[in-house]
Design a protein around this ligand. Structure first.
Ligand SMILES: [Ca+2]
Ligand SMILES: [Ca+2]
Ligand SMILES: [Ca+2]
Ligand SMILES: [Ca+2]
Length: 173
């Protein structure tokens, strides 16, 4: 990459909000009451000491993450936004909303099913007609600059961007 290309892409850098808007992220508007109840049931089931929150030990018992310790830590770390070492129901639900939607969008782009989104696959998506914008979004996701997007790579950025400048309120009344 030439120096000119780097400075040009910097000058046109999209904000997280712009990227999320381009990708038509629905977040809480895309979840049903049923989803929220399902999240609550999961937290209640894993909450062995019954304090209403999940510590890491309780959470890693989630069968969903068996054999994926990195995914478990990633989810927990991103979910625990107040950094008290416990995941509240609200923190868990927000992280589920964010990652479930991200997963869905990313896997829809993965046409050949190799669990990675190549640049070519990414370019085929219809979120914007501007090739330049698509390229900028791709570069923003591709942290390790290997020319394809892995799910963990996308989830890390996505979790951060989805929370950018937002104060997430309670999902449960
Ligand atoms: Ca607990
Ligand atoms: Ca917490
Ligand atoms: Ca692929
Ligand atoms: Ca990559």
């Amino acid at each position: 990459m030439t120096g000119t290309a780097v400075s040009a892409s910097h000058a046109n850098k999209l904000t997280p909000y712009q990227i999320m808007t381009h990708m038509q992220i629905k977040l809480e508007k895309g979840v049903s009451q049923k989803d929220l109840f399902r999240f609550r049931d999961i937290v209640q089931r894993l909450d062995l000491d019954g304090n209403g929150q999940l510590n890491f030990k309780e959470y890693e018992k989630n069968p969903h993450f068996q054999g994926n310790p990195r995914g478990t830590r990633g989810f927990f770390g991103a979910a625990d936004t107040n950094r008290d070492g416990e995941m509240s129901l609200n923190e868990y639900a927000w992280q589920r909303i964010i990652t479930d939607e991200a997963r869905k969008i990313i896997f829809a782009m993965d046409k050949d099913g190799d669990r990675h989104v190549s640049r070519t696959e990414f370019r085929q998506n219809k979120i914007t007609s501007s090739k330049a914008t698509l390229e900028r979004i791709f570069i923003a996701f591709d942290t390790d600059e290997n020319g394809e997007l892995s799910l963990p790579e996308c989830l890390r950025k996505w979790s951060k961007w989805a929370r950018d400048g937002r104060n997430f309120g309670s999902l449960y009344k």
